[in-house]
Design a protein around this ligand. Structure first.
Ligand code: FES
Ligand SMILES: [Fe+2]
Length: 436
């Protein structure tokens, strides 16, 4: 790396982002990854879990904020607390599993210290050794600040120094509303289905790929050809399951995507409108629509169903798909290794078919077994390999540079073919990374 890209032997983030390009080292340099963990994942709000995942006191899940493992546990009074997954004795992790129930608290497997849901130390083994030596109050596990929006729990490592969650979400609150308002009971329940896979590339690749409307016609051309053949064989739109609908949409002419809107918002967030809309809408079937009208009234129900967002990217850690009730979370492991975890939600009060469709979509379109995602995972790896070569330092992010359609205080709208969302991500990246 050229010296001006580093200061005092650390990466110099300001020198790595230009208005229309980024330096390739942002994907390949382990030092930059380390700084991202401190300055981005150590500062932003991260979606961690849904209230329904911890139904009873003692129920817990383990999630990550960057490289930090965090335990969320429902306490005896019903509130959920988040604490680091680290015993305050010799540092062993408390929970080995991703979820479970610990109604009597979390016990460390090493010497048996026991902690309450909120991290307070309840019990040390062989306490008389510690008489006059250890005050349990001094050995509580540090809490992580939690805030909730409509049942979704977000965590922030900055504690009180972090801005309120709603400020972080800004315009993107409307994408969460879009998901919750689709429930004919006004509530969601996280299902048992969990998608999990790793890929051998940088975490930012997914953020850049999932709102990229130019690549499907190329990277996913094999599944588009197969999908068209299958659609011809099985018959009309009623026979087209969600994944097939998505594959067919991937084969639309680029003008279709040019006519769609992309929306970006401060903080690196973005979404695309209407990718799936033309071919498939199982969640607006008769039974479901009737129950939604009963709950919301006709006008509000119509308004809810008219929102058509393909995918919302909540930078830097989660991806929200309201129409198929799916949230995926990213966990950066190393600069060249990333874990993806996905959850599918039941819309309480909706027919079971709606949940089945969402699972079908998540498996067919988002899992590593999907004929679509497997293309993306290979592309991510190929970009990592290519960007490790010395052939060229700068990667352009200039597509649609001057094509914005509308700008307000809370969002900017442009054609869905624009790379404005990548420029917006790197503006947020530079902002987080620039704060020492
Ligand atoms: S490391 Fe946890 S009790 Fe000793
Ligand atoms: Fe893709």
């Amino acid at each position: 790396m050229a010296t001006q890209l580093r200061e005092s032997n650390r990466p110099n983030p300001a020198a790595l982002v230009r208005p229309d390009a980024v330096h390739r080292s942002v994907y390949t340099d382990p030092d930059i990854f380390q700084l991202e963990m401190e300055r981005i994942f150590g500062r932003a709000w991260m979606y961690l879990a849904h209230q329904s995942e911890m139904k009873e006191p003692g129920d817990y899940v383990v999630r990550h904020i960057g490289s930090q493992a965090v335990i969320l546990t429902r306490g005896k009074e019903g509130e959920v607390s988040a604490i680091f997954n680290r015993c305050t004795h010799r540092g062993a992790t408390l929970c080995a599993f991703d979820k479970g129930s610990a109604p009597h608290g979390h016990q460390c497997p090493y010497h048996g210290w026991m902690f309450n849901a909120d991290g307070t130390l309840r019990f040390v083994s062989w306490p008389k050794n510690y008489d006059g030596v250890l005050d349990k109050k001094d050995f509580a596990i540090q809490q992580v600040r939690l805030e909730e929006y409509r049942g979704f729990l977000f965590g922030n490592l900055r504690g009180d120094a972090a801005p309120p969650l709603v400020e972080f979400l800004g315009h993107m609150k409307s994408s969460i509303d879009d998901l919750v308002d689709r429930s004919p009971a006004g509530e969601l329940e996280c299902g048992q289905y969990v998608l999990r896979h790793y890929y051998r590339a940088n975490w930012k690749m997914t953020f850049e790929n999932l709102n990229d409307t130019i690549h499907p016609g190329f990277a996913h051309s094999a599944s588009v050809v197969s999908a068209k053949a299958v659609a011809n064989e099985v018959g009309g739109p009623g026979a087209i399951v969600p994944t097939l609908g998505m594959m067919l949409a991937n084969g639309k002419p680029i003008q279709f995507f040019q006519d769609l809107d992309m929306v970006t918002a401060p903080g690196g967030h973005s979404y695309i409108g209407g990718h799936m809309g033309a071919d498939y809408s199982p969640d607006t079937g008769d039974g479901y629509t009737r129950s939604l009208i009963e709950y919301h009234g006709a006008e509000k129900a119509r308004e809810v169903l008219s929102v058509d967002r393909h995918l919302t990217l909540l930078y830097p850690s989660s991806f929200w798909h309201a129409r198929y009730q799916t949230i995926r979370i990213i966990r950066p492991v190393r600069h060249d290794l990333t874990e993806m975890i996905g959850f599918v939600f039941r819309l309480k009060g909706a027919p079971e078919e709606t949940y089945r469709n969402a699972i079908e979509y998540c498996t067919g379109a988002n899992s590593a077994a999907s004929p679509v995602i497997s293309d993306d995972l290979e592309i991510y790896e190929r970009c990592l390999l290519g960007n490790q070569s010395d052939a060229r330092e700068w990667i352009p992010t200039s597509r649609g540079l001057h094509e914005d359609r509308e700008q307000t205080n809370s969002f900017t709208r442009m054609p869905a073919t624009s790379e404005a969302y990548i420029r917006n991500q790197f503006a947020a990246w530079a902002d987080y990374m620039g704060q020492a």
